[in-house]
Design a protein around this ligand. Structure first.
Ligand SMILES: [Zn+2]
Length: 361
């Protein structure tokens, strides 16, 4: 894809073979763009100049109207299209699904042997590869919704310190879930006071925000949506404690009671919604709650379901878009290019799809 290669060239030319994003010092770089997508306009701008100082964009404007700092490094992309760094809103760098024998359905061994994909060290190595692939695909920010431990803090810090390439990361450490299912990726919480304590522990360990898994099961109207993994009281306690500590809460809620309960509990975002009714959409829009959908992974998972999960998810997404809900681009795994393709496939206009990945729309 032409745009991708433009990003690749820009990242390369910015010297990202050495220190990574955020560790660029104060030098000036000028990019001359044949076409520019600014992330907000619904049209491309021609013949633009971008001035970058350190790790900040200082100025953008038509060639000739922008002052070029003395001694700036110039990158000529007049033959290409330039767009801002993309944001991956719901990502799991530490998912090892592509690794043989370690997919989402694999059971975690009781004793985790060193040198296997389930060991923290091995999965961190895999995550560092995912982080590099994300950056090379143009994603300069990623929000990781639970690594199941604290290795995401190490990965985030190593990227920030310039040790390895990757996007700027916001991490959740361990997600919180009731004991309705096993502990993979989660810390199990079964009372309001336990919820408050776990919020404090995750923040002490370096979490940037708190993740709750509120959904009981995947949405299935035929068999009912299942109870949420925790009560409203437990979810409210977690949200309240997080807000008291000044951080946001992301709540995965696929459908039914879990969605409505998460809205009432005060969650700041509803993640991976599969089926949401019109009344809940109105509540989400009124309260300014963000939503993510993960349309591609839902379409893949729908193949093994006995109900039209992909269609429900698509209809919910379009309902949210029409209602003016703030929707963040999300993958729920790594491999963000597939999600961009899915947005185009369900006929979201191309530039809106890219707007979605450059800021939450
Ligand atoms: Zn997720």
């Amino acid at each position: 894809m032409k745009r991708q290669s433009a990003i690749g060239v820009a990242l390369l030319a910015l010297g990202l073979g050495e220190p990574w994003l955020g560790a660029q010092g104060q030098r000036s770089v000028v990019i001359r763009a044949g076409q520019l997508f600014d992330g907000k306009s619904d049209r491309l701008l021609s013949d633009q100049v971008i001035v970058i100082q350190g790790d900040r964009i200082a100025e953008v404007g038509p060639a000739g109207s922008v002052k070029i700092p003395a001694g700036a490094q110039e990158i000529d992309l007049r033959g290409g299209t330039v767009l801002p760094g993309l944001i991956e809103g719901h990502n799991h760098m530490f998912k090892v699904g592509d690794h043989p024998g370690a997919g989402a359905d694999a059971s975690v061994p009781l004793v985790i042997e060193p040198g296997t994909p389930f060991s923290t060290a091995y999965s961190t190595i895999l995550a560092s590869i995912n982080a590099r692939l994300d950056l090379e695909s143009g994603f300069t920010t990623a929000r990781d919704l639970s690594s199941g431990g604290t290795a995401d803090v190490d990965l985030r810090n190593a990227i920030n310190e310039g040790l390895i390439p990757g996007p700027r990361m916001r991490v959740a450490t361990e997600g919180l879930r009731g004991s309705i299912a096993g502990p993979r990726y989660f810390h199990l919480v079964d009372s309001p006071s336990e919820g408050r304590k776990q919020v404090r522990i995750q923040l002490k360990n370096g979490a940037d925000f708190i993740k709750i898994y509120a959904a009981g099961i995947r949405a299935n109207p035929d068999i009912g949506y299942g109870a949420p993994t925790m009560t409203l009281e437990e979810e409210q306690a977690i949200v309240d404690e997080a807000h008291r500590q000044g951080v946001r809460v992301a709540c995965t809620a696929h459908a039914g009671v879990a969605v409505r309960q998460s809205i009432e509990a005060g969650c700041d975002s509803l993640e991976l919604v599969t089926d949401i009714d019109a009344e809940s959409i109105r509540m989400v829009a009124d309260r300014g709650i963000f939503m993510t959908f993960g349309l591609t992974i839902t379409k893949i998972q729908a193949k093994s379901q006995n109900f039209p999960m992909a269609e429900l998810s698509k209809a919910s997404f379009q309902r949210a878009l029409r209602a003016g809900v703030k929707i963040a681009f999300s993958v729920n795994a790594t491999g963000a290019q597939g999600e961009l393709r899915r947005l185009l496939e369900i006929r979201v206009p191309e530039l809106i799809a890219y707007q979605n990945a450059t800021y939450a729309r």
